[in-house]
Design a protein around this ligand. Structure first.
Ligand code: SF4
Length: 376
């Protein structure tokens, strides 16, 4: 029988602070947390929690942690579950359990040069001071992968066909250990069958050693994570510089003629940028970047795109409906059918708190949204 989602069998996700979970969209309940710094991959494979998730999938029930896929599908948005089925259909159709994990997402650490407003000290070390200053909580950087777990990963995934390497910023996080693991796949010959996917904040451009390593892989998808245009980009991806972004986008575009290099774009849709989706899609098309893949901010809940109270939320939805981009119209539907306005006051409070700390200005950076807020 085909399970609701095959990913708990085929994929392992090691998050920036070391939590082990079925995929990056899975929201691990506190009672289920396992961490690579204290557990082995075998502990995770044999855990009661993973067995329970698999059983729910076989019973065609959504596990509690899969709320994001469920909500997105109910809003007509393609979830990770559906996207992964499309992408790996052949591997999934031929999958047998003895293969173990064939895909993985491994954040080697949380070293990052940015503190994006939708992020936190979990995935980004740059957030540490601001978080400590404003909330009194200290989250030291994490070295997720030591030599033993790198070996552990290779042994658990000798037949890997795909690896996601998110951040922190992947070209700054535990670079030597990444190279060590990937070179094992080059030495075994498996790299010829493997695709790699990086999510980079585009403020760091990989040097020659990366391009040389990547020649050995079947395909390398470099996903540029960009959450806005111009000063809106700089506000959300603080303290990124738009000039550096534009320069690096040009350099990446020049590399597209390498046969196994593919460029993609991701965009985290939040309360900050939901109104500006049409602007972003048009910008990508104008500079020659591919159509962006959009994921929504879900936690913290006050960052959700649908956090606005009515009639602001409806006005944003109606504006999105006027876009010439079908993807943007889909987000209009999402805004009409989702409502997180119980977190709106918190959004305003947190927005102002970080504006004061960073000397940024929401009203000047997002004037159209500010006008909607003040107009009602
Ligand atoms: S349903 Fe979604 S969140 Fe759950 S395991 Fe599958 S892809 Fe991950």
């Amino acid at each position: 029988m085909q399970p609701l989602c095959l990913i708990p069998w085929t994929n392992i996700d090691i998050a920036p602070r070391g939590n082990i979970q079925p995929c990056c969209k899975y929201e691990v309940p506190n009672s289920e947390v396992m961490n690579i710094t204290t557990n082995t991959i075998q502990d995770y494979v044999q855990s009661e929690n993973l067995q329970k998730i698999k059983q729910q999938m076989l019973d065609n029930q959504w596990p509690q942690g899969c709320i994001r896929c469920k909500t997105e599908e109910e809003s007509g948005i393609k979830s990770k579950r559906l996207l992964d089925y499309e992408r790996w259909q052949e591997a999934y159709d031929n999958y047998t359990e003895h293969q173990g994990f064939i895909t993985a997402s491994i954040a080697f650490g949380n070293t990052c040069n940015l503190k994006c407003i939708t992020c936190n000290p979990g995935p980004s070390s740059r957030w540490r001071k601001e978080y400590r200053d404003l909330y009194g909580i200290d989250k030291p950087p994490v070295e997720v992968i030591n030599n033993m777990t790198s070996e552990d990963i290779y042994r658990a995934l000798p037949n890997a066909i795909h690896m996601d390497i998110p951040g922190g910023e992947p070209f700054l996080s535990e670079v030597d250990k990444q190279l060590e693991l990937l070179n094992r796949y080059v030495d075994s010959g498996q790299s010829e069958h493997m695709t790699l996917h990086y999510t980079t904040n585009t403020q760091v451009y990989p040097d020659a050693k990366w391009w040389s390593l990547w020649k050995n892989f079947k395909e390398v998808d470099i996903q540029l994570s960009i959450d806005g245009v111009g000063n809106r980009y700089e506000y959300i991806r603080y303290p990124a510089k738009n000039t550096v972004l534009l320069e690096n986008v040009d350099r990446y575009l020049e590399q597209q003629n390498i046969h196994n290099i593919r460029l993609s774009v991701s965009h985290t849709v939040s309360a900050y940028n939901i109104y500006y989706l049409d602007e972003f899609f048009t910008w990508c098309s104008d500079v020659g970047l591919p159509r962006p893949w959009c994921g929504r901010a879900h936690n913290p809940s006050h960052m959700r795109p649908c956090v606005y109270t009515d009639p602001v939320r409806t006005s944003i939805a109606e504006y999105l409906d006027t876009s010439k981009h079908d993807d943007v119209k889909t987000w209009g539907k999402y805004m009409k059918t989702n409502n997180s306005s119980e977190h709106y006051e918190r959004f305003l409070t947190m927005r102002d708190k970080h504006d004061v700390y960073r000397n940024t200005n929401f009203a000047k950076t997002f004037p159209e949204v500010e006008e909607l807020i003040n107009g009602f």
